[in-house]
Design a protein around this ligand. Structure first.
Ligand code: 5RP
Length: 215
């Protein structure tokens, strides 16, 4: 599967133009993108990173990481996903970086999602939906999620996000209305962000393969 991830990550380089500041996601597929980006780093104006993990990898390659507050809107964001439906709506957050990922996706004119074929689904929800929560609200949010969705929230015990928060993974969902669920879950006090990327889906999905499939 990592070969498919590599092919997807390397294909995304086609979308990088000279002088761009590139938004960079998180995960094993993005790691291949970062390694490919390193080969053209002299053509970049910099990057904005969605996690400490990606920042470390970017800096290890000598690629500059900038603050989103200083860059303003970005032209391009490249990130992976845990699930992707035919409308390019996503579940993300398996790596607990969902909040910063969502911020950069929102700030970007074009969001390229890079996945291996196993991530493609007809209906989102088999992969447990990550929700980042303020620690004191964990139980409250879990009860509300159960009431609202019928799904089973499970605390990702031991994981602290880059923002100092916790993650609930909601099991047993079949998400027929991703925009409605994202909107509803966003309203619960204590929810920082929801790993559904439906209100702002990807613009392009690259499925790794020989050749890569562009959706
Ligand atoms: C991190 C993410 C990742 O994009 C997602 O988990 C996919 O990871 P990988 O490329 O390792 O399969 O959302 O929060």
């Amino acid at each position: 599967m990592s070969e498919a991830k590599r092919l997807a990550g390397e294909k995304a380089i086609d979308y990088v133009e000279d002088g761009m500041i590139v938004g960079v996601g998180t995960g094993s597929t993005v790691a291949y993108f970062i390694d490919a980006l390193a080969r053209i780093k002299d053509r970049l104006a910099g990057t904005v990173s969605s996690s400490e993990q990606s920042t470390q990898r970017l800096r290890a390659h000598g690629i500059e990481v900038l603050d989103l507050n200083a860059t303003g809107p970005l032209s391009l964001y490249v990130d992976g996903a845990d699930e992707c439906d035919p409308h390019r709506r996503l579940i993300k957050g398996g790596g607990a970086a969902l909040t910063r990922e969502k911020i950069i996706a929102e700030a970007s004119a074009k969001f390229i999602c890079i996945v291996d074929p196993a991530k493609r689904v007809d209906v989102l929800g088999k992969f447990p939906l990550p929700v980042e929560v303020i620690p004191m609200a964990r139980s409250l949010v879990a009860r509300e999620i159960l009431k609202l969705t019928g799904g089973q929230p499970v605390w990702r015990d031991g994981v602290v996000t880059d923002n100092g928060n916790w993650v609930l993974d909601v099991h047993g969902l079949s998400i027929i209305d991703p925009v409605g669920m994202e909107t509803a879950l966003n309203q619960i006090p204590g929810v920082v962000s929801v790993g559904l990327f439906a209100r702002r889906p990807a613009d392009v999905v690259i499925v790794g393969g020989e050749p890569p499939l562009v959706l």
